[in-house]
Design a protein around this ligand. Structure first.
Ligand SMILES: *[C@@H]1O[C@H](CO)[C@@H](O)[C@H](O)[C@H]1NC(C)=O
Ligand SMILES: *[C@@H]1O[C@H](CO)[C@@H](O)[C@H](O)[C@H]1NC(C)=O
Ligand SMILES: *[C@@H]1O[C@H](CO)[C@@H](O)[C@H](O)[C@H]1NC(C)=O
Ligand SMILES: *[C@@H]1O[C@H](CO)[C@@H](O)[C@H](O)[C@H]1NC(C)=O
Ligand SMILES: *[C@@H]1O[C@H](CO)[C@@H](O)[C@H](O)[C@H]1NC(C)=O
Length: 407
């Protein structure tokens, strides 16, 4: 109880100089179309999969109907390619009239009627990455007001067709403009990803004051190499990245590609486990209409979500790299911990990793800890601090452990 109260107090103290919109005290969860549906605008030939109000409503129905919403998956967000090629006569963004015939306000109302939140996408530049109208500096306020009128709850602001000096003016400007609309709208900034993700070009103190989440690194692709490359980059630069993250301000390693085409079942578990350890947004980018039971079993695992949504909001750290094993550790409320043991070998057989709680530097409860294997849904037993703990980890796989103190 004491450590819980302390976590809350520290959270409040740290938030004074941060973006003061009260949003995303835990990482956002929801659905995002980009990895799975890209810029598919061909509704004639591919009506079920083109970027359209039909697709968004279908995914909202699934989020609300298939058990996702009650677990916390609440944001349905658009990515690029929703807009008409031209602004309207008054210079406002408008939805593509063929693909979104009811308009964005009606779509947002539909999403809200399902008890979900609605996110939209724009780009701080001359054009979006796919060439749709961009939010240039002169229309930042106009676009913020348009989004607020539509009932938008989150804005992902990309950075194509722009440059460093425009971004340095534009991102803080959009943050102020959203605030002035009076509507709480979470802001997701792609800014650091365009500047290499590291100081001196990226100022994480500033980002924490103007954005609720930010993409630090390259776009994820639907492959193990892409996923593992992202994990390595977050590990390599954790001394910079880990302190930048906290309640209301999250590092975003990009969408979940579980149930797409590129990952095996074990690799899918790696992404889910690491994203939980990293306190990363859980934006699923798959086809929820035919998601496999295996994938659903991973993404709807209550203990996995509990770890991701921990109220202290402390991003976990890579604490050991040894013989193609990586050990990641995240402290949670009430003296609990999550540990991920990742095996990045590709050579077939599972390998055993042996350790003790003491070696993991987990010793504040001297009696020991109850240990659960989260993704296998197994209780492993109660462990004293020096008991040997063995994790058998599949190739390009993970074992995610949850530790509950016996004190
Ligand atoms: C705008 O910012 C002020 C202070 O920074 C804050 O109190 C208020 O809640 C914010 N409003 C919105 C809608 O974000
Ligand atoms: C944006 O467009 C303007 C007007 O065409 C042009 O002068 C400017 O160089 C463009 N900026 C970027 C960063 O592409
Ligand atoms: C960025 O673009 C603006 C307008 O297009 C231009 O005035 C400015 O010099 C550019 N800055 C850099 C660093 O290229
Ligand atoms: C980073 O941003 C903060 C907050 O705006 C500012 O106080 C600080 O001087 C900036 N740091 C650097 C190195 O520019
Ligand atoms: C879902 O359906 C699409 C076709 O629309 C197919 O390509 C994909 O393999 C299916 N996925 C699963 C997990 O069944």
């Amino acid at each position: 109880m004491l450590s819980f109260a302390l976590g809350v107090l520290l959270g409040l103290a740290a938030c004074v100089s941060l973006l003061d919109n009260g949003l995303l005290r835990t990482p956002p969860m929801g659905w995002e179309p980009w990895v799975r549906f890209k810029c598919n605008t061909d509704c004639k030939r591919d009506p079920e999969n083109c970027i359209s109000e039909h697709l968004i409503k279908a995914m909202a129905d699934r989020l609300a109907g298939d058990g996702w919403k009650k677990l916390g998956y609440e944001y349905i967000t658009l990515d690029d390619c929703w807009a008409a090629r031209k602004r309207d006569v008054e210079g406002r963004l408008q939805a593509d009239p063929q693909r979104f015939p009811s308009g964005m306000k009606t779509l947002a109302d539909y999403v809200h009627s399902k008890g979900l939140k609605f996110g939209i996408y724009s780009d701080l530049g001359n054009a979006t990455c796919a060439g749709y109208p961009g939010t240039t500096l002169d229309v930042v306020e106009t676009d913020a007001e348009t989004f607020a009128e539509w009932g938008v709850d989150m804005l992902k602001l990309d950075g194509c067709h722009s440059n460093s000096s425009l971004k340095a003016i534009g991102y803080p400007k959009m943050s102020r403009a959203l605030n002035r609309t009076g509507r709480p709208i979470a802001l997701s900034c792609s800014w650091p990803a365009y500047e290499g993700g590291l100081p001196p070009k990226v100022n994480y103190t500033l980002l924490g004051q103007i954005c609720n989440l930010w993409r630090n690194y390259a776009d994820i692709e639907d492959t193990w190499d892409s996923l593992f490359g992202i994990i390595e980059w977050y590990g390599d630069h954790q001394d910079i990245l880990q302190p930048a993250s906290g309640p209301g301000r999250w590092n975003d390693p990009d969408m979940l590609i579980v149930s797409d085409f590129g990952l095996s079942h074990e690799q899918s578990k790696v992404q889910a486990a690491l994203w939980a350890i990293l306190a990363a947004p859980f934006f699923i980018s798959c086809n929820l209409r035919n998601i496999s039971e295996e994938a659903k079993d991973i993404l709807q695992n209550p203990l996995l979500i509990y770890i991701n949504q921990d109220l202290r909001g402390i991003q976990g750290r890579l604490v050991a790299r040894k013989q193609n094993f990586e050990v990641w550790k995240r402290p949670l409320v009430n003296g609990q911990y999550a540990i991920a043991v990742l095996n990045n070998c590709t050579d077939g057989a599972p390998r055993s990793f042996a350790t003790t709680l003491r070696l993991l530097d987990i010793s504040s409860c001297r009696v020991g800890y109850k240990i659960y294997s989260v993704l296998d849904k197994l209780f492993l037993g109660a462990y004293a601090l020096s008991d040997t703990l063995i994790a058998k980890v599949p190739p390009t796989g993970v074992v995610l452990l949850f530790l509950y103190p016996l004190c």
